[in-house]
Each structure stands twice: as C-alpha cells, then as structure tokens.
Ligand binder design. Structure first.
Ligand SMILES: Nc1ncnc2c1ncn2[C@@H]1O[C@H](COP(=O)(O)OP(=O)(O)OP(=O)(O)O)[C@@H](O)[C@H]1O
Ligand SMILES: [Mg+2]
Length: 266
C-alpha cells in the first residue's frame, strides 16, 4: 500500500530573470512526503536547494508547478510550515522568550488564553533546553543556542511540517551532534514531518528516512532517492560501524563525488 502524500511537490520549475538573461535553476521537480517522514535534500552548493525549500515555504513563487500541503495549494507563507533558516533569524531586540512568544501570539492569539500561551512558549523552550535563557537577548547566547531558539519558535507554531535549511550548518561538530540528537528526539515524540536541506552526508543518513539527491544546476532535478532503512531511535556511535549505515553513506558519496561532481560556475 502506498501511503497518502502529505506534502506534494509537482512539476516545479524555477527560472530567475534579470535584464534579458534567464537562468533555470530547477526543472521539473516531483516529490511527495508522507506524514511523519523525515526527508533530506542534498546537493552541491548553488544547485537550488534553498530555492526549493523557499517554494515549499511559500516565500518564492515557482515559475511552473504546484506545491500541495494536505491537498491545499501553497502560495504564501503560513503557520502550517515552520521554517528554520541556516542563519538563525531571531529578532535581536527581543529576548529569547519574546522571540518565541511573538510567533505563538500570532498563531494562537485567538485560541489560547494569555496564561496558556505563556506556558506554551516555556514548554517549547524547555523542549530544546533553553528555558533557563528565556530572558537573554540573541547577542548574549551562542550560535547553537540561537539555533535551538529558532527550532523552538518553529515548533511552537505547531506546524504541519518543519522546513529546515541547513539548520546545523554554522555550528561546531559537538554542538551539531547534540542538536541533531535533539531534533531526532523531538521528531520521534511529536511525529513531525520534516524536510531538511543539508550538504552533510553523515547528517543526511543519520536523520533521514529518505535522502533526495539533486543533480548539479542549472536546471537541477532529482537524480536519485535513497531509502535509509535504519531502525529508530538511532545512535550515532553504534551506527558508525553499521553495514547499512555505511552502505547508505557510500551511495550518497558516490552520487555527489563521482556522478555529480561539483563544478564551480564560471
Ligand atoms: N532571487 C534570486 N534571483 C536570481 N537568482 C537566484 C535567486 N535566488 C537564487 N538564485 C540562484 O539560484 C541558484 C540556486 O540558489 P540556491 O540558494 O537555491 O542554492 P543552494 O543549493 O541552496 O546553495 P547553498 O548550498 O550554497 O546554500 C544559484 O545559482 C543562485 O544564484
Ligand atoms: Mg542554500
């Protein structure tokens, strides 16, 4: 039985025009995600990963094609899609608490009372272990902490899907590992559907149910889709020597470095 698609990306083509010149970044991308699935998109720099995520987020309008979330057309940003950008996008003049409560008030302003909203903000900050820093401003916390607040803010909106654009990219290896584990745990507990952009092969294999590999641009498309049949919960230490893990890793490396080697655009 094929599970019903939750997110459906259908025939997405994206062209950017400037002056008389047009570049086709994505061509004919078709992809469906089922509910609760964790899907990573991997590909070389500049191939169009963020462009695809922005289209799903409703921040960019595709030239052709359509995105459906639970059968509804996506044509604008909305609280049903929680986006976490690579460069933490907290408002610097607000505290950690206020950054999250701004989003919570927007989404639940009419349905939850003020005390309920307060409790909800704190619950989501606790989820990423940031409750203790609620009164700090972004300039007073580390990059990893900012990223955790960004994730709390996205989760607090109770989105149908989390869209993560290289959420751990700017972090040191230890913080990255810690945060990846937290996201895996949150996803296991809440059953959130996730679409994550990355160019880290190990991260893709560790976190994903499926890995979508994009070909190099221009006119990038889906080259291959790899299933990652590893049981959850996943333990990074044990997996390091697991034959299935190593096979998946090898397949992605092969795709990226043999079949679709990175070529710097002129
Ligand atoms: N608004 C825009 N106008 C014109 N060109 C754009 C625009 N946004 C993106 N592009 C181009 O589209 C291509 C894909 O960009 P995109 O940001 O999606 O790449 P990416 O795969 O996310 O790269 P990276 O891994 O470096 O983040 C690039 O060549 C970029 O210059
Ligand atoms: Mg990008």
């Amino acid at each position: 039985m094929i599970a019903k698609p939750f997110l459906s990306i259908e025939g997405i083509t994206m062209r950017f025009s400037r002056g008389g010149a047009t570049t086709e970044v994505l061509r004919d991308v078709d992809l469906t995600l089922t509910k609760g699935e964790y899907v990573s998109i991997i590909g070389h720099s500049g191939c169009g990963k963020s462009t695809l995520l922005n289209i799903v987020a409703g921040l960019t309008q595709a030239t052709q094609g359509v995105v459906l979330l639970e059968d509804k057309v996506v044509d604008a940003p909305g609280p049903d899609r929680g986006v976490v950008f690579q460069n933490h996008s907290l408002l610097p003049w607000l505290t950690v608490y206020e950054n999250v409560s701004l989003a919570v008030d927007k989404v639940f302003g009419r349905t939850k009372s003020a005390p309920e909203r307060r409790e909800w903000v704190m619950k989501n900050l606790e989820l990423v272990h940031m409750g203790h820093a609620k009164d700090k401003r972004p300039s007073e916390i580390s990059g990893g902490m900012k990223q955790r607040v960004g994730i709390a803010r996205a989760l607090a909106m109770e989105p149908k899907i989390l869209l993560l654009d290289e959420p751990f990219g700017a972090l040191d290896a230890l913080t990255r590992a810690h945060l990846q584990d937290q996201v895996m745990q949150i996803q296991a507990n809440l059953g959130t559907t996730v679409m994550m952009i990355t160019h880290d092969v190990d991260e893709a294999v560790l976190l994903s149910d499926r890995i979508v590999m994009l070909t190099n641009g221009p006119s990038a498309g889906i080259g291959e889709i790899l299933d990652v049949p590893l049981a959850r919960p996943r333990d990074r230490i044990k997996l390091a020597a697991d034959p299935t893990y190593l096979k998946c890793r090898q397949a992605v490396l092969k795709f990226l470095y043999e079949r679709n080697r990175f070529v710097e655009a002129a």
